[in-house]
Write a protein that binds this ligand. Structure first.
Ligand code: PLP
Ligand code: COI
Length: 370
């Protein structure tokens, strides 16, 4: 199968068998698709794939034409949702090269997710190599300007068995989707709905990892947010129903009148890579950043008193998105007059400039693929 195995630093390394598509999208058609991008509907020509079974370990690493999976109706993932994923982006630099932002952090989190979901753990080098090879072969799909190539590594349980136990077989794959700026015509503040009916994660659950089931369980709450005229749902803790946790697909930060920031502590929330980067950038700038619990009642009171100056959501897909309005069964309130705040926008620019290679990368976050 053209696959070879080597040992690098004591861990398994797979060489990918590169099989370019026999029918790549014609240049004109591709460029037309790149003209009008939203999020997650346009896909590139190729995908990465690596398989795991107990006899062979990780094997069959390939880059090949994007195509359907052959699914057996008894594949474990279809019944017990043993599935994890990641999200990261490739950015085109002004010199034509391509940057990845902290792919090592995504690789580590993917292993942590696999561990929590009792799945086979993919060596981090293989995770990164799959992404690099896919980005190289589909480099013409990376949009210019503020666009980027969203990369979606994921793993499914593929054993054909209905017993409730960890699958003995897995498929790891990476697909890629060119995406435009998350903000239409600039970073418009979002409105969020506080879910008092549904929670996202409890202590001991799966809130701290990126498994598909977390998102399935969030959809009813997100639908309620939309019904109430809001863009996104924000979850409270499952025990006391008081502490702000995170949005359906983003972490959250608060900015106070003394210039300090706070963000909910890790545990039941996803340890966002954007969250971690913002903490570092804000501390670099001399700001105090606290990782501490913050209640919805305090949020309302601080917005009313003026102690709270800004709030924003952050994540790979959304980058940094100011929160202008918070709605709940106990009434609505606005933050910063519903406008984007300068701390959020300043951090966003700093982060994006690093991602696109416009500013020195003093933390070693950038991996140049091309
Ligand atoms: N929280 C949730 C539930 C998410 O889905 C995401 C997006 O991946 C984040 C937070 C932000 O994580 P990151 O900054 O690593 O993209
Ligand atoms: C991301 O920001 O990468 C996410 O995964 C959020 C959402 C698209 C699930």
């Amino acid at each position: 199968m053209g696959v070879s195995f080597d040992k690098i630093d004591g861990s398994l390394w797979l060489n990918f068998d590169i099989q370019p598509s026999a029918t790549p999208t014609p240049d004109k058609e591709r460029d037309a698709k790149l003209e009008n991008l939203g999020f997650g509907r346009v896909f590139t020509d190729h995908m990465a794939i690596v398989r795991f079974d107990q006899a062979h370990g990780w094997h069959g690493a390939r880059i090949e034409a994007r195509s359907n999976f052959a699914l057996d109706p008894a594949h474990a993932v279809l019944h017990y949702a043993q599935e994890i994923f990641e999200g990261l982006k490739a950015y085109k630099r002004d010199d034509g090269g391509v940057n990845l932002f902290r792919p090592d952090a995504n690789a580590r989190r993917f292993r942590d997710s696999a561990d929590r979901m009792a799945m086979a753990q993919l060596p981090e080098q293989v995770f990164i190599e799959a992404i690099e090879q896919l980005v190289k072969i589909d480099r013409n799909w990376i949009p210019g300007g503020e666009g980027s190539l969203y990369l979606r590594p994921f793993m499914i349980a593929s054993e054909v068995f209905l017993g409730v136990k960890p699958s003995a077989e897995y498929i790891f794959s990476v697909i890629a989707s060119p995406v435009g700026s998350y903000f239409k015509g600039g970073p418009a503040p979002v409105s969020i709905w506080v879910s008092e009916t549904y929670t996202r994660a409890a202590v001991g659950g799966t809130g701290g990892v990126k498994c598909g089931g977390n998102y399935a369980a969030s959809l009813r709450a997100q639908a309620e947010a939309i019904e109430r005229g809001c863009d996104q749902v924000v979850f409270l803790d499952a025990l006391e129903r008081r502490y702000v946790e995170e949005l359906g697909g983003m972490n959250v930060f608060f900015v106070f009148d003394d210039g300090s920031l706070s963000t909910p502590p890790l545990g039941t929330i996803l340890p966002g890579i954007t969250r971690d980067s913002i903490i570092t950038l804000a501390r670099d700038a001399g700001r105090v950043v606290r990782e501490e619990p913050y209640t919805i009642d305090q949020w309302r009171a601080d917005a009313a008193s003026g102690k709270l100056k800004e709030a924003f959501a952050c994540g790979t897909a959304a980058v940094i998105s100011p929160i202008g309005k918070v709605c709940s069964n106990h009434g609505d309130f606005t933050i910063n007059g519903g406008q984007a705040g300068e701390v959020a926008m300043g951090l966003r620019k700093q982060l994006v400039d690093i991602q696109y290679g416009r500013t020195p990368d003093k933390h070693g976050w950038i991996k140049k693929v091309i």
